[in-house]
Ligand binder design. Structure first.
Ligand code: PXP
Length: 238
């Protein structure tokens, strides 16, 4: 069974478009759990363009499954993570100009500060995950830094033409096999939707998916709980 983490940042994006109180991502966290999601995923960006500190705090209280906090590897975020104590911290690259997280982390260029941050977070009893392209050098580096999990960036697969998709699936499968071989858990996410998720679920090494945009987009028409249930069905869960 592949676990589903639902990324609810877009609920906060809509609220921030009006700088008002609705829709509240805290209510979204409760709704996705009621529909059967295994985890609530949020990205607290340095520019606070969607999720705010208050959201992260309240979602921590509301989430009864697990909370996955995506964040940049900065001192400020480390302090917040230690105070919130989510089940998992996923380190992601962050550029202020980007529309969404465009690529994986480059662990070979981040330096010892990130290894220290991983050690500190782990010492506090929080699992650590690295968001990486399906690149074997990067995966080896993640094992070296003692990450617990790697989330494979599926954006290139999602954007590939139908001819190129098979090669992208092969890269993701090889990456997931290497992650497991090195003793880490294999997760995947980015750009996954109701159409392209079934081949990813077929990759037996993958244990967890984190999906946001497509579920929140469908929720506009069918409601959030139904959108989560539809995704679980596409994943072969019910
Ligand atoms: N996983 C990570 C690490 C992400 O940064 C994102 C995007 O915020 C997602 C998963 C979800 O991507 P999408 O919104 O395209 O489903």
């Amino acid at each position: 069974m592949v676990r589903l983490g639902v990324n609810i940042d877009h609920v906060a994006t809509l609220r921030e478009a009006r700088k008002t109180f609705e829709p509240d991502p805290v209510s979204a966290a409760a709704a996705v759990e009621m529909a059967g999601a295994d985890q609530v995923t949020i990205h607290l960006r340095e520019d606070r363009r969607h999720i705010q500190n208050r959201d992260a705090r309240l979602i921590r209280e509301v989430a009864k499954t697990a909370m996955n906090l995506e964040m940049a590897a900065t001192d400020e975020m480390q302090e917040i993570a230690l105070a919130l104590h989510p089940e998992v911290v996923t380190l992601v690259p962050e550029k202020r100009e980007e529309v969404t997280t465009e690529g994986g982390l480059d662990l070979r260029s981040v330096g010892p500060k990130v290894a220290d941050l991983v050690a500190t977070i782990k010492q506090a009893g929080i699992k650590t995950s690295a968001f990486l392209a399906p690149d074997l050098d990067q995966i080896n580096e993640a094992a070296h830094m003692q990450f617990d999990c790697v989330e494979v960036h599926t954006g290139q697969y999602a954007n590939a033409s139908s001819v190129a998709k098979a090669a992208e699936i092969r890269k993701i499968k090889d990456a997931a096999a290497a992650i497991r071989h090195l003793g880490m858990s294999a997760h995947a996410g980015h750009g996954l939707n109701y159409q392209n998720v079934p081949p990813i679920v077929q990759i037996s090494e993958i244990e967890e998916l984190n999906i946001g945009h497509s579920i929140i987009a469908r929720a506009i028409f069918v409601g959030l709980e139904q959108a989560v249930r539809d995704m679980l069905r596409q994943m072969g869960r019910r």
